[in-house]
Design a protein around this ligand. Structure first.
Ligand code: EPZ
Length: 429
């Protein structure tokens, strides 16, 4: 299994191109199931989650073609993928495939909407918490589907089609909102989604569905209104920039010191996280080309943070921010409110010398003068990349095991860091 070896202590200086967002690309790819015409997606990141979802979609009958290289493109430029679900040949998504990636459960909505039936394996456990799908199934039931759970599968049936309804989510759920949207666009009549997720990835999905002919109002607010249409067509859509990758590299620069332009990044997608970095003493400015992050000798100050649905501080940046706070002046309190078990990185950061005390959903991070390298590993991708950030600032060598977590969500990680002066290499094994 591959490892990443980091020799810490180098500043980061230069430019990092920001990739298309994994968490937008996945639902956009799934939306291809809603039409028999071709959905062409540009700026799709080269990630193992994208490849895994491609395999799952091809099992349902989706043809895929990837555009060849173009002048001026580098390995870090996203790919353009054309997806065509001329016919859905299989309405079942089996356990072997769904268990590799939770988001693939979302295929239940477009397959049900188009075929009147879907049988999708329940995704099972997850390293960051229990992550149930009850609210996704509730949304489909509200639209008239009959749901049965049998042998580990959710079976959804709506032989006479889905019907518009009011869906009120008791808590904000990104996957629930994606599911409701993809089912409602082909339902008869009007659907109102209340307490909808406002994440930029939801807005991106709605924008793409609109290009495909859907009628959607209010995406990006907590009330989305969908007027169902009889059919959707093909479209071209470019995936929005990855706000979590942006925030991750911003925190890496804050950690090591330096001056980096995050090319193509959009500040409006992660303002809350940028505000926190400014409070911590980091210089952040938005330019036409992206976001510039600088720290030249200023000390890092401890800042308290609580994760929240968008536009709050993202749970997907909590681990990275904790890594940063291990070297801040003072004690930072980091509260995780979205997932109940998303502190798996704490013990690994402690191996590098971090002082962190856990108390329920809150981590108290007491800044230390130095971290020292060690072998570490993590159980999910954001936790893994938090160890990369800590390793960049630790004295000596840090080896990160289970690199496949990083490959799920960070395109060309070593190349992007290396070109800014970091000493990072992949060891195959
Ligand atoms: C998405 O997961 C992201 N995944 C996650 O990113 C992200 O952490 C999360 O949203 C929150 O922002 C993708 O987009 C592929 P939720 P999702 O439904 O949709 C509870 C990463 O590292 N809930 O918004 O699965 C749930 O347990 C990943 O890229 C229910 O109770 O998250 C959680 O506490 C990790 N019942 C809360 O809602 C349900 O039926 C929010 O989860 C569904 C969710």
């Amino acid at each position: 299994m591959d490892k990443i070896r980091i020799t810490g202590g180098q500043r980061l200086d230069g430019a990092i191109p920001i990739s298309g967002a994994k968490n937008a690309a996945l639902p956009l790819m799934i939306a291809s199931l809603l039409t028999d015409e071709t959905l062409t997606l540009a700026n799709v990141p080269r990630l193992s989650d994208v490849s895994a979802l491609s395999r799952i979609l091809s099992n349902h009958g989706v043809d895929r073609s990837i555009a060849g290289k173009r002048i001026g493109q580098s390995a870090e430029t996203g790919q353009t993928i054309a997806l065509t679900a001329r016919q859905i040949v299989d309405t079942c998504a089996p356990y072997e495939l769904v268990s590799t990636m939770r988001a693939s459960f979302w295929v239940i909505a477009p397959i049900l909407a188009r075929m009147g039936e879907a049988r999708v394996s329940l995704p099972g456990g997850c390293a960051i918490g229990t992550r149930p799908v009850d609210l996704l199934l509730m949304a489909l039931e509200r639209l008239g589907a009959e749901i049965e759970i049998e042998n580990g599968y959710a079976i959804a049936r709506a032989p006479r089609g889905l019907k518009g309804a009011e869906i009120v989510f008791p808590k904000v759920t990104v996957g629930g909102t994606h599911t409701a949207l993809m089912a409602a666009v082909l339902a008869q009549g009007t659907t109102v989604i209340e307490n909808a997720a406002r994440e930029p990835e939801v807005t991106d999905l709605a924008a793409c569905l609109t290009k495909m002919g859907a009628k959607i109002e209010g995406a990006g607010t907590s009330r989305i209104v969908v007027t169902g249409v009889a059919r959707l067509g093909g479209a071209h859509h470019a995936v929005l920039p990855d706000r979590i990758e942006t925030g991750t590299y911003a925190m890496a620069v804050a950690m090591t010191g330096g001056d980096v332009l995050l090319e193509g990044a959009r500040a409006d997608l992660l303002q809350s996280a940028l505000d926190v970095l400014v409070k911590a003493g980091v210089e952040v400015s938005s330019t036409n080309e992206g976001i510039r992050v600088r720290r030249n000798g200023q000390p890092l100050e401890a800042v308290d943070v609580e994760t929240d649905p968008f536009p709050g501080f993202p749970t997907d940046l909590q681990a990275q921010f904790m890594a940063l706070m291990t070297k801040a002046r003072g004690t930072s309190r980091i509260r995780e409110t979205i997932f109940e078990n998303r502190f798996m990185h704490v013990q690994e950061l402690a191996r590098l010398g971090a002082k962190i005390r856990l108390e329920g959903d809150c981590a108290h991070v007491e800044g230390v003068a130095k971290l020292t390298g060690a072998p570490v590993m993590a159980t999910d991708l954001r936790a893994s990349v938090s160890l990369v950030i800590a390793g960049l600032a630790a004295e000596g060598e840090t080896t990160i095991n289970r690199v496949y977590h990083l490959d799920r969500g960070f395109e060309a990680l070593e190349a992007k860091l290396t070109r800014c002066g970091a000493q990072v290499e992949r060891l195959s094994g």
